[in-house]
Design a protein around this ligand. Structure first.
Ligand SMILES: [Zn+2]
Length: 197
């Protein structure tokens, strides 16, 4: 009987993270790191083509980086954003990445969060989200982001979360095409409920 759960990151990730810089000063540098990790997750066949990282917004200090681990963990919530946010919270010893008297934190992810990660981002305490958006990811890969509210950006702004989009978009899309061409699985859950569609 299982009474606990945890999500391991793939074995290559700590090795890669150790070789990372301590500081990523620009938004482009931060997104480049995230896209590199998404590409590594595809190359090593350790999960979906998604990565996310948490930085201190001002200094650019890398706090955590995570990649999608749904299949290996057998947990549907093990998306890259949830992994990166959870690692940051454990490393900082606080469930609130926006706690008073601590640096503001930024989540950088290679594509717009799904409905679950959208909520996770709000609840995490981050004050800044850097991502890319549009229909291309779903069209290329077949992954489902879910019914994201059309005013998702405004709702983030209303909660004090600044959104920046369109950073290295083509490079992010290139990884999705590579994933599609690899023939790797699209692991949308809900196979049974899909029969009712
Ligand atoms: Zn997600």
């Amino acid at each position: 009987m299982e009474y606990s759960f945890h999500v391991d990151q793939p074995e290559w990730l700590p090795v890669e993270e150790k070789s990372c810089s301590e500081i990523y000063a620009t938004t482009e540098e931060r997104m480049a790191l995230v896209i590199r990790f998404s590409e590594l997750n595809v190359r090593f066949e350790t999960g979906g083509p998604f990565a996310a990282a948490v930085f201190e917004s001002e200094t650019g200090r890398l706090v955590s980086v995570g990649v999608n681990q749904v299949i290996s963990s057998k947990l549907s919530f093990a998306h890259a954003e949830v992994c990166a946010l959870s690692l940051a919270q454990r490393r900082l010893g606080n469930f609130d990445l926006g706690a008073r008297d601590t640096p503001a934190h930024q989540l950088v992810v290679n594509w717009a969060p799904c409905v679950m990660c959208y909520g996770a981002a709000i609840w995490s305490g981050i004050t800044s989200l850097v991502t890319n958006s549009g229909p291309e990811m779903e069209e290329i890969t077949g992954f489902d982001e879910g019914p994201l509210h059309p005013e998702w950006r405004e709702q983030l702004h209303a909660r004090g979360i600044i959104v920046r989009e369109g950073v290295m978009r083509e490079k992010a899309l290139a990884v999705f095409r590579r994933y599609r061409d690899s023939g790797a699985p699209v692991y949308n859950a809900r196979e049974r409920s899909r029969e009712n569609l």
